[in-house]
Design a protein around this ligand. Sequence first.
Ligand SMILES: [Zn+2]
Length: 340
Amino acid sequence: MDIDRRGFAVATGALLAMPFLTRLGSSPAAAQAAAPAPAGTAPAAAPNLATAQAPGFFRFKVGSHIVTVVNDGYGVRPNPTQGFVRNAEPAAVEAALKAAFLPTDALRLPYTVTFLQAGEKLIMFDAGTGGQLGATAGRMAANMQAAGLDPAKVTEVIITHFHGDHISGLTTADDKPVFANAEIIVPKAEWDFWTDEGNASRAADAMKPAFAAVKRRFEPYKGRTREISDGEVLPGVVALSTPGHTPGHTSYLLSDGSAQALVLGDITNRPELNLAHPNWHLVFDMDADLAEKTRREVLDRVATDRIRCIGYHFPFPANGYVAKEAEGYRFFPADWTPEV
Ligand SMILES: [Zn+2]
């Protein structure tokens, strides 16, 4: 059947004008007021109009290890066509967002924290926002609870890089450690950059709070923070230096036997922008040329080797596969499965 576009618009308009749809959209209280129950009959139970989403966690296996991705809400980038991509025209960014059916006035940037259960270990990759970066973020604690993940049982928190959306959840708003029994594992290059007093003093005013935040977030974990370089960090977790987004940005390859998955971190932001256009330099990339080089190398590898990826800013559940396309790459969300 063909749907004529003009006819469809007219039909939609007609539907919206129909009074019963207006009634459905109003609150149960208003509906009851509009149509009071006849005397002597009990009012019908209010329909369940709850708008809460299902808890934001999703599990899959890497060999015998279990990965749980947990949603921490999202940040909002207003006017994403303006200044968000430094080397693309606003019209091109608008076209990319429209092509992906995304809003062009305010773009959601989701946050996704990865957990790995490997033997006795409960390992976490990045720490989320801790509910301290805006009203739409900070769902991790509730989603962890829904997933049966206890912050006190986290054995290691492994960090990809030190941007606020990845480390703020290490501590509470009053600087208490959230992960009471965890070792914190950080890339040495990242640690060296952000804890260097010279870098901090030379930083642009806009960057100074980021340096201060690093100090604040890691201070309560003094004595149980480990600096790592490329190579095996823990059994089943290998660090891969992926610099550019930040100087010491690091991705982590999870493996058990021949099964693999890659925690990308921020080598790309939303796939609709940065996979479709790997040459686009988003405002958060500190060394944009290096970030692009890294992005292409990593995406080439995961596309060729068909490695499942988890992207911190990918749409939930934020994991799937990457294929090479003529101009860039395309993201294929992993198949949802009812059993892990
Ligand atoms: Zn980020």
